[in-house]
Design a protein around this ligand. Structure first.
Ligand SMILES: Nc1c(NC[C@H](O)[C@H](O)[C@H](O)CO)[nH]c(=O)[nH]c1=O
Ligand SMILES: CC(=O)[C@@H](O)COP(=O)(O)O
Length: 167
C-alpha cells in the first residue's frame, strides 16, 4: 500500500500481551540526525507506552545506515535483547552509492534477524529528498520509527506465542 496521503503509523497495540518484561534495542544511525533522532524517539515512545522500563530500552548509535546491521548484531551477541529496532535515513545523492547503502542495510538487517532468530526490524527511510524523509519521521505520513517498534513488539509476541503453544 503506497504511503501517499496515508499516515501509516496508526496502530492498535491493544491486542499485544504484557510487554513490561521485554528488553528491546534501538540502534540509530547518525547520518541525517534530524531524521534519525525523530525516528529513534518515536520508537522509544512506543516501547515506553508498552511499559518497558528505561533500563530495558537499550539505545545505541552507529555512524551510518550501512552500520546498522553490525550494530544490531553487536546487541544480539552481547546483550539479552528480545528484539532490535534499527532506524536510519538514507537520502539519494549524485551517485549510485544510495543503491548500495540501501541494499546493504536491508539485506544485512534481514540476515541478522535470521541468524539470531529474533526480530531485527528495518526502520530505515530510503528517500529521494529530505522532504520525503521529514514526512515519514513525524510528518504527514507518520513516523516510521513508531511503525518499526510496533513491528518489533508484534513479532516478539508471535514468537512467544508459538514457543509456548503445544501444537
Ligand atoms: N549517504 C548516507 C549514508 N552514507 C554512509 C554509509 O551509511 C556508511 O556509514 C559509510 O558508507 C561507511 O560505511 N548513510 C546514511 O545513513 N544515510 C545517507 O544518506
Ligand atoms: C546515500 C549516500 O551515500 C549519498 O547520500 C551520498 O551522496 P553522493 O551519492 O552524492 O556521494
Amino acid at each position: 500500500m503506497a504511503t501517499e496521503n496515508k499516515n501509516l503509523s496508526q496502530h492498535d497495540l491493544n491486542d499485544l500481551p504484557d510487554c513490561s518484561g521485554l528488553r528491546v534495542g534501538v540502534v540509530f544511525s547518525e547520518w541525517n540526525d534530524e531524521i534519525t533522532h525523530a525516528l529513534r524517539d518515536g520508537a522509544i515512545e512506543v516501547l515506553k507506552s508498552q511499559n518497558l522500563s528505561d533500563h530495558n530500552i537499550v539505545v545505541k548509535s552507529v555512524p551510518g545506515s550501512f552500520e546498522l546491521p553490525l550494530g544490531a548484531q553487536f546487541l544480539c551477541e552481547h546483550d539479552t535483547v528480545d528484539a532490535v529496532v534499527c532506524v536510519g535515513s538514507v537520502i539519494r545523492g549524485e551517485t549510485s552509492h544510495f543503491e548500495y547503502v540501501c541494499q546493504g542495510v536491508a539485506h544485512g538487517i534481514k540476515d541478522v534477524s535470521l541468524k539470531y532468530n529474533k526480530p531485527v526490524i528495518f526502520g530505515v527511510l530510503t528517500d529521494d529528498n529530505i522532504e520525503q524523509s521529514r514526512a515519514r519521521a513525524g510528518g504527514k505520513h507518520g513516523n516510521k520509527g513508531i511503525e518499526a517498534a510496533v513491528a518489533a513488539l508484534k513479532m516478539v509476541a508471535l514468537q512467544m506465542d508459538l514457543s509456548q503453544s503445544n501444537y
